[in-house]
Design a binder for this molecule. Structure first.
Ligand code: TPP
Ligand code: MG
Length: 392
């Protein structure tokens, strides 16, 4: 077992883990009260993996995660009040209340999100690392993702480029044994996830993700290799989420006994006990960390509750408009009524129209292809385009 660090560091690790635990419990409670909308994925049980990782990062380093990242942002230094306000959809949230639980983002603390697409953060992590390299910066990007995400195409593509371009990136798989309700044995042919990127040139190790000190040591080495040797590596941390995948999960895929077994390894309680037994922390300090966590979370809820909803007339702010006619611009121009092709009961008509137009065009000379969907005001409906007509 890895040695305990000094008392101040132990206190900090414990206090962070306790804060995240309390925050997550409260987030779950507020969700039940319908204060937070959308989806809610809690990381209760995964605190040692989160805090162990961030505790050895420099301020200049980047962290990028998944949709289970309230704790990651807090561990990185984001004010819990702003995280809670984001869950509540309020203006003082980290994304002005626009992102919600899955899209916590804090550029100041270099926490780069918060992504709902499983595995979607992996190529972005490589991009961040490439940017650091390009600019001659020392920063390392730490990319955290789940066991399920290791099955995505993004995983292989990212590992390949990370190794090929010797990017300053470090990967951490939060292996909580399940991707939603599917166990690792049922979703991954290679169950040793630390080996999964080896063929791409990214070697890996495994670590006890319930032991904050062990995670710290493993991550410190991975970050060092990335920073000093431009050598990306992967660390598989074994952890467990005590709650369901999201707030709505009947948990029929696992036995109560299994959850109980992992509860014995509770990362905050086992670490507190270890610090006490070693005489590194006293009962008073442990209680103080608990009390401070409680206070911070009470304040976070009060703050979030007092923060206003974003005004309705700001609805179209902060959206991308890639060209004149795409994205929000088109939405802005349209009425709220269902448009052609949007009503399910009329889908066959719209589909037939498009198919007929396509069939009519088949075998025609080369040239711009008519697009029936792009003609006129879609609301009023359009006549099917036929062969010979050319888009203007
Ligand atoms: C590309 C994509 N496919 C499927 C989903 C639906 N989905 C949401 S979470 C999840 C499980 C991911 O599991 P894992 O990567 O192990 O992360 P964990 O939830 O355990 O933290 C799936 C399949 C999604 N969000 N994105
Ligand atoms: Mg998982």
């Amino acid at each position: 077992m890895a040695d305990l660090p000094d008392a101040a560091t132990c206190y900090e690790l414990l206090a962070r883990m306790m804060l995240i635990r309390r925050f997550e419990e409260e987030a779950g409670r507020q969700y039940q009260r319908a204060k937070a909308g959308g989806f809610l994925h809690l990381a209760i049980g995964e605190e040692a993996t989160i805090v162990g990782t961030t505790s050895v990062m420099r301020d200049e380093d980047y962290l990028i995660g998944t949709y289970r990242t309230h704790g990651h942002a807090i561990a990185r230094g984001t004010d819990p009040r702003h995280v809670m306000a984001e869950l509540f959809g309020r203006v003082d949230g980290t994304s002005g209340g626009r992102g919600g639980s899955m899209h916590i983002f804090d550029r100041e603390h270099r926490f780069m999100g918060g992504y709902g697409i499983v595995g979607g953060n992996l190529p972005l992590a490589a991009g961040l690392a490439l940017a650091s390299d390009y600019k001659g910066e020392d920063a390392v990007t730490v990319c955290m993702f789940g066991d399920g995400a290791s099955n995505t195409g993004n995983f292989g593509e990212t590992m390949n480029l990370a190794a090929l371009w010797q990017l300053p990136v470090f990967f951490l798989v939060e292996n909580n044994l399940y991707g939603m309700g599917t166990s690792v044995e049922r979703h991954s042919a290679q169950t040793d996830l630390s080996k999964k990127a080896e063929g791409y040139g990214v070697p890996g190790e495994r670590v006890d993700g319930m032991d904050v000190v062990a995670v710290r040591e493993g991550v410190a080495e991975g970050i060092r290799a990335a920073r000093e040797e431009r050598r990306p590596t992967i660390l598989e941390a074994f952890t467990y989420r005590y709650r369901g995948h999201s707030a709505a999960d009947p948990e029929v895929y696992r036995e109560r006994e299994e959850v109980e077994e992992w509860r014995e390894k509770d990362p905050t309680e086992t670490f507190a006990r270890r610090c006490l037994d070693a005489g590194v922390l006293g009962e008073r300090e442990v209680q103080e960390a608990r009390d401070k966590a409680e206070q911070a979370v009470v304040e976070a809820v009060e703050f979030a509750d007092a923060s206003p909803e974003p005004p309705l007339d700001t609805l179209y702010e902060n959206l991308y408009a890639v060209t004149d006619t795409s994205g929000w611009y088109a939405v802005d121009e349209r009425s709220p009524h269902p448009h052609r092709g949007e009503r399910e009961d009329r889908m066959p008509d719209a589909a037939r129209e498009l198919a007929e137009a396509g069939a009519a065009y088949a075998g025609q000379p080369e040239g711009p292809r008519p697009n029936p969907a792009g003609r006129g005001d879609a609301q009023k409906g359009v006549e099917p385009e036929v062969a010979g007509e050319v888009e203007d």
